[in-house]
Design a protein around this ligand. Structure first.
Ligand SMILES: NC(=O)c1ccc[n+]([C@@H]2O[C@H](COP(=O)([O-])OP(=O)(O)OC[C@H]3O[C@@H](n4cnc5c(N)ncnc54)[C@H](O)[C@@H]3O)[C@@H](O)[C@H]2O)c1
Length: 269
């Protein structure tokens, strides 16, 4: 059997109660990792029980609003006291904001930047020491995976705020990857750039276009996106989770500062 360095790895995933984050937690557990599942819900939310029931004893839940410094401090305290170090950090939590640039609200713009960009900075800052400790005994070091988007690579109409936030995640990842490598800190940092993935975020986003009268049915929009994608379909969250697991694993021991595009060929056009 090939050893991928995920057996008993200590991992933290943000926004992990649904969508890509949940699929990532499922995948990491399947590869033998311990997962600290984090999201906005309080621990007594039935969804938390349902997710933990699915993941089994390798998973623990901690509420973590990725925009809140105090929540990151609590997560750091949890990891240091229970595990002592961290092998993998997946900064996945994120949201969207659409609309013509001249109609975007500044408060909504700032909120998006807090959720999509500040989160990634706070996550890396909170866990640099714990990741350096985890990475010291691991081939290639510890791994940070920041979930960006193809919208961090190419522009789309009426998504300037989201494009900006994901472009920032891409370059933050590269800058920190170089900084850690030059400082001899055993932490790899990479960004991942999914195309259109069938998650609640995408479905809610499509419904918003319908509510604004821009399409008759959300399914028509999804079909349209699939038709414009070279492989003629959307991604499943599990396909993004598999790529995240690769970056998390020691198979990716020489990858740092890179951007992994998982988009069915969208940006190759
Ligand atoms: N779905 C797509 O097509 C797609 C494509 C490219 C990139 N992405 C990115 O992938 C990531 C996950 O997206 P998804 O489609 O699974 O979304 P989703 O909305 O289905 O799930 C996101 C999760 O993040 C959580 N979350 C939101 N705000 C949070 C906060 N402040 N603190 C902690 N948790 C918070 C939500 O509660 C939710 O559980 C995001 O960063 C998104 O931008 C998604």
């Amino acid at each position: 059997m090939v050893e991928r360095g995920l057996q008993d790895a200590r991992t933290l995933v943000t926004g992990a109660l649904r969508g890509i984050g949940l699929a990532t937690a499922v995948r990491l557990v399947a590869e033998g990792a311990q997962v600290l599942v984090t999201d906005l819900s309080p621990p007594d939310d039935p969804l938390v029980g349902q997710v933990l029931g699915r993941l089994g004893p390798a998973a623990t839940y901690l509420p973590l609003d990725v925009t809140a410094e105090a929540d990151w401090e609590r997560a750091r305290g949890w990891v240091e006291s229970r595990w002592g170090s961290l092998d993998v950090l997946v900064n996945n939590a994120g949201t969207d904001l659409v609309g013509p640039v001249d109609q975007l609200d500044l408060a909504a713009w700032h909120r998006l930047m807090r959720i999509n960009v500040d989160s990634v900075f706070l996550g890396v800052r909170s866990f640099t020491a714990a990741l350096a400790a985890g990475g010291a005994g691991r081939r290639g070091g510890a791994s940070v995976i920041n979930v960006a988007s193809i919208m961090g690579l190419v522009g789309f109409a009426e998504t300037s705020a989201y494009n900006t936030s994901k472009g920032a995640v891409r370059l933050f990842s590269k800058a920190v990857a170089i900084e850690f490598a030059q400082a001899g800190k055993p932490i790899r940092v990479n960004s991942i750039h999914p195309g259109f993935v069938e998650t609640p975020l995408l479905h809610i986003g499509m419904q918003r276009w319908v509510d604004q009268g821009k399409a008759a049915r959300a399914q028509d929009l999804l079909d349209g996106i699939a038709a414009m994608t070279p492989v003629k379909r959307l991604a499943q969250p599990e396909e993004i989770a598999a790529a995240i697991a690769f970056l998390a694993s020691t198979d990716a021991s020489y990858l740092t500062g890179s951007e992994l595009v998982v988009d069915g060929g969208w940006t190759a056009q």
